[in-house]
Design a protein around this ligand. Sequence first.
Ligand code: SAH
Length: 259
Amino acid sequence: MTFDIVTIFPAMIEHPLAAGILGRAIDRGTLDMKVRDLRDFTTDRHRVVDDVPYGGGPGMVLKADPIFRALDAIEAERGAPLRVVMTSPQGRRLTQDVARDLSGAAHLVLLCGRYEGFDDRVRERVTDELSIGDYVLSGGELPALVILDAVARFVPGVVGDEQSVAEDSFSRGLLDFPHFTRPAAIDAGARSASLSGERILRVPDVLLSGNHAEIRRWRKREALSRTLALRPELLDGASLDEEEQELLRELKGARHGRD
Ligand code: SAH
């Protein structure tokens, strides 16, 4: 999959992408990622990308013409991008479903805003306006990285084990089950003893049993009970198999019994 990211701070994108799963996917060529410095698409000596707002008021506005020239250059080099994403707190909220949908595009362009945002005419060349949450950040670089990461995880070959992506939280409308690794018992220290009442914390026995059918059932049950406790509204849209539906009925019954 091909990504182009347009920003006035290329280093903010390049450095985080050097490490981890995404860094490896870029090195291997599974992801073809280019960061474009918006200032390279200005035509004046001072490489100005912003200007005062028409109508007055505080703040500066990102000019539309350098963005249009950047998009023209990307198109000339790579062909027309299938999706042009504007990062914006006013956009559609990024979710796992939106990320999966975007991963179906062969080529994605991400536009990072700054200051008060883009000259509104930029929308004419945009296919998607995406927000990463109801808060305002000072630039679109962190949102672009968040979108890129969430989308890239769906690209085959990026995450080593595709089963793990399928089991991640939200992928089926459920939260993920809890994970444990060695050692099987650890001393949490004196301070945490007051929280759970236990100082020696053990991994649930079933995970050490080697009984794969039991382990699978326990994980399903845990994923359901966490979702029920923490994000019950997700269950309305979840696609559950028969075993999960039965487990959910049991869990709801047990909760009811306690009420
Ligand atoms: N005045 C604008 C906010 C501009 S913030 C408004 O109130 O709508 C500057 C830039 O940061 C935006 O252009 C966008 O690229 C980015 N940004 C800030 N918050 C964001 C969010 N929650 N999601 C996605 N992008 C965001």
